[in-house]
Ligand binder design. Structure first.
Ligand SMILES: [Zn+2]
Length: 268
């Protein structure tokens, strides 16, 4: 019954809030890594983007003051499209795909990097409070925080697809653990984890050896960051990830059910 109601509500939302053509086209223009996606995949992406915009609040983190930021419809679409890339091939229906984004409501957009405060205990057991400026953060069962300049700069300029990165953390958290693994069970989990670990070990070794890696060395911080960064590369520069770590690339492709090189959905 609950699902039926939700379906009805979504159908109404889709009908009354569909994204205007010019908004949609201009968002795609800013995302060159979607240039080659076929019509089926793009139609699906648009279908997902609409309920995302209806159900999630994309709000400003700075309402007033010198650095006030207004979140425009264009900004909302640009964020929603990239978030929905992560669920593009998931589930047979829009509703099933949107289940990957359940349990939280808000995306907060900041006018620049924002401080993350956390406690840090040193070797002598003294606790320090650190304030570290960051471009994005994803909270377990909570909001996704984004710095707008970092979103706007785009992958071509920065080698960073911040929206994909932060929403990849949401995918990682789906099974209740922050371990770099999307929800998977049994043999599939084992195969994914082995391919990922082999790639991660190799990457950390290269970063430790001061090798100039094509993938952002930040990915060596922790396995969950490796997952988030590799999702950015998977969608924004897929040839690179396939070249570097083909077995891991295959695992991501079968989980996302998207072939980002061909720009199409994978059936089944
Ligand atoms: Zn991260």
């Amino acid at each position: 019954m609950f699902d039926w109601l939700k379906t009805k509500r979504r159908e109404r939302a889709l009908a009354s809030h569909s994204i205007p053509d010019d908004e949609w086209t201009s968002a795609l223009h800013e995302l060159p890594f979607l240039d080659h996606y076929d019509d089926t995949a793009l139609a699906r992406l648009r279908e997902l983007t609409t309920p995302f915009l209806v159900e999630k609040n994309i709000v400003t983190g700075a309402e007033d003051g010198a650095h006030a930021l207004e979140v425009t419809p264009h900004m909302r679409v640009l964020i929603a499209v990239q978030a929905c890339l992560l669920i593009l091939g998931r589930g047979d229906t829009v509703m099933a795909a949107m289940r990957d984004f359940e349990g939280w409501d808000n995306v907060v957009v900041h006018p620049g990097d924002f401080p993350r405060s956390y406690d840090y205990e040193d070797e002598a057991g003294v606790v320090h409070q650190l304030d570290e400026p960051i471009a994005g953060e994803s909270w377990y069962n909570g909001p996704v925080l984004l710095s707008w300049p970092a979103v706007e700069a785009g992958y071509d300029e920065t080698g960073m697809a911040l929206v994909i990165h932060e929403f990849a953390h949401k995918i990682d958290m789906l099974d209740g653990e922050v371990d770099g693994l999307p929800p998977l069970a049994g043999a599939a989990r084992k195969v994914f984890a082995e391919a990922q670990q082999a790639a991660y070990d190799d990457f950390c070794r290269r970063v430790d050896a001061d090798e100039d890696t094509a993938i952002d060395p930040y990915a060596a911080e922790h396995i969950d960051e490796f997952f988030a960064v590799s999702c950015e590369v998977f969608f924004a520069e897929p040839e690179l990830l396939r070249e570097e770590y083909p077995a891991y690339y295959e695992q991501l492709q079968s989980w996302f059910r998207v072939d980002p090189i061909a720009g199409r959905l994978i059936a089944g």
